[in-house]
Ligand binder design. Structure first.
Ligand code: SF4
Length: 372
């Protein structure tokens, strides 16, 4: 019986994110591992490999698709209430013991993770997204960086059809992959798992490439939101949270930071589950560090107003949420641009600035049009 790795080796084409080194090995740039690959070698991700001097990369399948509320990704400052058509492939460059998507992400490392690939084309995925009335299409479930060529092929079709595009990623990027994605990816969520390099090494990565990627994503104009899953005893000390949120604020105090509750999953079953009080304490640390948009997730209805977007100047509630449900949006349109100069064919006009209706503070995000 063929192995999953054997099946996936055929679901490939030549990649675009690599160079040939002087000694003949290939250097892959799709993620921060930057694997040097001799002929026949497979990368840390186990899905990209050197075959006779060419880098083969995943192509032509999905590990799963689903239409989710965009709040589940989570993006809170982008198209509130929109449907986000979500697809993923298989494999990951990290191996987190608490992964909630381990069936797809660890499919090539863990025999218990049985996730067969389903044949797909970019055109069929986009047709399905439009049929599902999605406004946004997102590469998620496995680590999208390691399958960037496929995501870009899907997003080229998606953009031609007027969809917004997004990545839900661990942020272990490189300058090369960010430049490659920039024309095709609008929204980018980074899972900043810790601020301790030793912890990242336990998960199979390093902290520095992730910090560099966060800075570069912000500087190059992706809409960026950051999530930290708060794991008791792993990343929840005051000191680590102060340094982590201080770093995010140093990139920009306007980057939304989501602190979300851990529940025992996959191989990480020792820590206690995160409580609402723990999330509220972490949120207070983030605010003290200077972050203006701080959200607590995974415990709907238990975290006070930490699910809502508040005006950082006058504290007016601008977007009221409960879990993934939008209860109210009170943003006011500022500048409006005529669509004659834009490619957006869905809206009769494009609002380029949204603001607080009470004090006119601009609220950063890609708000687009939304169902209030
Ligand atoms: S995607 Fe990352 S882990 Fe996979 S081959 Fe490329 S550099 Fe290595």
């Amino acid at each position: 019986m063929p192995t999953l790795a054997g099946v996936l080796a055929h679901e490939t084409r030549e990649g675009e994110l690599y160079d040939v080194l002087p000694d003949g090995r290939l250097r892959c740039y799709a993620c921060g591992h930057c694997c040097p690959l001799p002929d026949g070698a497979v990368g840390v991700c186990k899905v990209r490999f050197n075959e006779a001097g060419r880098l083969r990369v995943p192509w032509g399948y999905v590990g799963g698709v689903q239409c989710d509320p965009i709040e589940k990704k989570p993006f809170f400052h982008a198209y509130p209430g929109a449907r986000a058509y979500s697809f993923g492939m298989l494999g990951c460059d990290l191996h987190c013991g608490y992964c909630q998507n381990w069936v797809t992400s660890q499919a090539l490392r863990d025999p218990a993770a049985m996730a067969p690939p389903l044949s797909a084309t970019p055109e069929a995925l986009v047709r399905d997204a439009l049929r599902s009335k999605a406004r946004v299409i997102v590469s998620t479930y496995n680590e999208p960086l390691i399958t960037s060529e496929w995501a870009v092929a899907v997003f080229k079709e998606a953009k031609a059809a007027g969809l917004v595009t997004g990545f839900v990623s661990n942020g272990n990027g490189t300058p090369e992959v960010i430049a490659y994605l920039r024309p095709w990816v609008d929204l980018y969520k980074v899972d900043l798992k810790s601020f301790d390099d030793r912890h990242y090494r336990q998960l199979g990565g390093r902290l520095q490439p992730i910090l560099d990627t966060i800075r570069r994503l912000h500087e190059t104009g992706f809409w960026l939101e950051i999530v930290t899953l708060l794991i008791p005893g792993f990343n929840d000390s005051d000191d680590e949270l102060k340094r982590l949120t201080g770093f995010v604020a140093s990139v920009s105090p306007d980057i939304p930071w989501h602190v979300t509750a851990f529940h025992r999953d996959y191989k990480m079953t020792d820590p206690e589950n995160t409580t609402a009080a723990m999330l509220i304490r972490a949120a207070a640390v983030a605010r003290a560090a200077g972050l203006r948009y701080v959200y607590a997730g995974n415990l709907p209805g238990q975290v006070g107003d930490l699910e809502d977007t508040k005006c950082p100047t006058c504290s007016e509630t601008l977007v009221a949420r409960r879990g993934y449900v939008i209860r109210q949006v009170r943003l006011k349109a500022g500048n409006i641009k005529d669509t004659k100069d834009t490619k957006d064919t869905r809206d009769t006009n494009v609002v380029t600035r949204w603001e607080c209706p009470s004090c006119a503070t601009p609220i950063p995000g890609r708000w687009g049009t939304f169902r209030a």
